[in-house]
Structure formats: structure tokens, C-alpha cells
Ligand binder design. Structure first.
Ligand code: GLU
Length: 385
């Protein structure tokens, strides 16, 4: 978690990995056209932030708003299947718009469509995270949206504020920026009450703050302040700061970064790595055990990943992404982690060097049995019985 932040512009200045969420109302005209001048200016901001060495991910709404006109559905309220159809066609236009505007800066984009399951389920969570990490490493900007076309109500986020927050926590971002049609949090709706107090820094999301969120608005955006506050809880609980900024004008990110425009800053309350690790240590049951040799015990105590070479034997029934225990040869628990392979695969590569994985399994797997980011030392605990 980046600390010592007191204002919105400091958050943008110090953050290294930033998720920017863009609402439909900013990006799409009432007639369904993409506001290309606005998008070009946003792309310029993103390019400028990348030039400062930051990694940027975009969570963009707008697929339904663009697609509905394209399919001749007009502005009437849509049935679920019509929304899904609208998203299917709108998403292509949306992705293309990002691709062409960022190409002006030689920036490659990539498209990721997620459902609730992809961020909540551990196995799919690992897959989504690894793909996003790889894209960032390769210098591409992930353009992320909900997979509206296949996500039905039980498995929907429904709003991209929460999707943005889940993505931010999943990839350990240090800042989530919600670009909206309001410049932040007020004690009351400022359109109704001109005396409403504006909050520039929110240290904790208390029940009083939640009460200020009010009712969701009508129109394209499914969000409103309620989903922004929920997103704020998800983000700040996982060590990610959050900004709510008004994105209506051109170059909204730079305006906040330069201190020309205000934005509400919700401060994170824990470090992301610590939050993830306490999740691994505390809330998961274990589906198996891998026993490791003394060399691996030493490596683990120094904070390294567990490699196949250090594994002696394996037991249990688990698949890639499940939580397993790591024990020494006396049966004492050393650590817990999310395993990178299925149990049958671990049995085959136990004791082997990472360079032998491909030959043994017939495909190229990851180097680590359990990556250090997915591993938490739980101390030497006596085995029961
Ligand atoms: N995923 C929806 C879309 O792209 C938007 C959801 C939201 O408004 O937050 O149209």
C-alpha cells in the first residue's frame, strides 16, 4: 500500500498500478455515438501517466449504451436479453475505439471480459490475474468490461464500479479511479442541496458515509453513489486507495494529477499483500498437502516461492488454484498457499527441476509449485495425532 498520501493529486502521483473506471455517461452520447474527442483526450492522459512509469488498466462501461442504438433498440428500457445483445455488438465498437485512440500513442490494447465468477472463484481468479499480469508485463493496456452477453442476473456484477474494485484488488493495484459525472462524495445530493458538504479525504467508510450515498440515478449508469461506496469498501479493505473524480471535461486524469480539479480520496486501510495473505492464511480450508525437503524449508523461510525441486511427496485431492498445506518431513505445517498445479501433476514433477517440467508434463507450466505471492508462512505447527 502506498502511504503518506493526503490528497487526490498525491494519490495519482505516487500510485504505480492504477485501474481507471470509465462510466457510460462520459463515453457515450445519448444517440449512442462514442465521444471520440473526449476519448482521445483520455488516451492522452493515459499515455502521459504511462510515460511516468505507471501501469494502467481500464475498466470501461458503454457496451450496452453503444450497442442499443446500433441494433435499433432506441432508448426504451431493455429486457435482459436485449441488453445482452446490445453488449455483444457494442463491445466490439468500444474495444475498437480504445484500440484506435491508444494506437496514436503506440499503445497496444487487449480486451478482457469478466463475470463475477472470474474474480470470486479461486481457480478462475488465478487465471484472470495471470493473464492480466502478463499483459501488463508485455506493456499492453487491458480494457476490461463485464461479460454482459453471457452474465445472467445471479452471476452479474451489474455495475462496473464494483467490477473495477474487484479487478483492482485482484491484481494488487494501489489506486482505483472512478471517473464519473460527479466530483466526489457530498453529505447530500449537491443538485438538490447546494449547501451539501464536500469530502476531499475519507479515512474510513463508516455507516454515516454509507448513508450519504442515497439512491441510484436513472439513466445509463447502473451505479450512482451507492455502488461507488461499495467499490470503495472492497478497494480500501484490500489496500487500494480510491478516487471519485468528475470525468466530464476533457483530460480528467491530468486535471486531478495537476491539482487543477478536486476529487474525493478514499484512503486504503491495509496493505494489499497483507490482505491477500490473510485471506490465504485464514479463510481457506486445505485440499491437500505437499511435503518438502530441508532446502525448501530454508528457501520458504527466506520468503521464496516453492519450486517442484523442493517437494518430496504430495497427498490429497486438489486442482490448480486450490489451497494446500506445506509440511516438512516431520509432518509439521510450515505454510499454506494456492497451488499452481493439479495433484496428479504435482506427483509427476515432485523433486524435479523447473526446467524439466515441460518434458515431464508434456507442456510448459509455470516455474513455481506455489508462487511466493500466493504463499503464507503459518509457522511450525505440530501435526495432530
Ligand atoms: N457493463 C455495462 C456496459 O458496458 C455497464 C455497467 C455499468 O454501467 O456500470 O454497458
Amino acid at each position: 500500500m502506498i502511504s503518506g498520501i493526503n490528497s487526490a493529486h498525491e494519490a495519482l502521483e505516487k500510485a504505480k498500478r492504477i485501474v481507471v473506471k470509465i462510466g457510460s455517461a462520459l463515453l457515450v452520447e445519448d444517440n449512442g455515438a462514442i465521444r471520440s474527442k473526449w476519448l482521445d483526450a483520455l488516451a492522452d492522459d493515459i499515455a502521459a501517466l504511462r510515460d511516468q512509469g505507471k501501469e494502467i488498466l481500464i475498466v470501461s462501461s458503454g457496451a450496452i449504451a453503444v450497442g442499443r442504438t446500433h441494433l435499433g433498440l432506441g432508448l426504451k428500457s431493455l429486457k435482459l436479453e436485449e441488453k445482452q445483445a446490445a453488449a455483444a455488438t457494442g463491445q466490439i465498437k468500444l474495444a475498437h475505439a480504445y484500440q484506435s485512440t491508444l494506437a496514436r500513442h503506440d499503445i497496444t490494447v487487449s480486451q478482457i471480459l469478466l463475470t463475477l465468477e472470474d474474480t470470486e472463484g479461486r481457480r478462475r481468479h488465478l487465471n484472470a490475474r495471470n493473464t492480466i499480469e502478463t499483459l501488463l508485463k508485455l506493456g499492453a493496456i487491458p480494457i476490461i468490461n463485464e461479460n454482459d452477453t453471457i452474465a445472467t442476473s445471479e452471476i452479474r456484477f451489474g455495475d462496473n464500479d464494483r467490477l473495477g474494485a474487484r479487478v483492482a484488488t485482484m491484481i494488487g493495484a494501489d489506486l482505483l479511479v472512478l471517473l464519473s459525472d460527479i466530483d466526489g462524495l457530498y453529505s447530500d445530493d449537491p443538485r438538490k442541496d447546494p449547501d451539501a458538504t464536500y469530502f476531499s479525504v475519507i479515512n474510513a467508510i463508516t455507516p454515516e458515509i454509507e448513508d450519504m450515498a442515497g439512491e441510484p440515478p436513472v439513466g445509463y449508469s447502473s451505479g450512482g453513489m451507492i455502488t461507488k461506496i461499495t467499490a470503495g469498501k472492497i478497494a480500501t479493505d484490500s489496500g487500494c486507495h480510491m478516487l471519485i473524480a468528475n470525468g466530464k471535461e476533457l483530460n480528467p486524469l491530468m486535471a486531478v494529477a495537476n491539482g487543477q480539479k478536486r476529487a474525493s480520496l478514499f484512503l486504503a486501510n491495509t496493505a494489499p499483500q497483507a490482505a491477500r495473505k490473510s485471506w490465504i492464511a485464514g479463510s481457506l480450508k486445505s485440499d491437500g498437502v505437499v511435503v518438502v525437503d530441508d532446502g525448501a524449508v530454508k528457501a520458504l523461510s527466506k520468503g521464496r516461492s516453492l519450486l517442484p525441486a523442493g517437494a518430496v511427496r504430495v497427498a490429497g485431492s486438489f486442482r490448480r488454484g486450490d489451497a494446500i498445506l506445506i509440511e516438512n518431513q516431520s509432518g509439521e505445517e510450515l505454510a499454506r498457499g494456492l497451488v499452481g498445479y493439479n495433484v496428479e501433476e504435482v506427483a509427476l514433477i515432485c523433486g524435479k527441476r523447473s526446467s524439466e517440467i515441460e518434458k515431464t508434463l508434456g507442456y510448459e507450466g509455470r516455474e513455481e509449485l506455489i508462487h511466493r505471492d500466493d504463499l503464507v508462512l503459518t509457522g511450525l505447527k505440530r501435526k495432530k495425532g
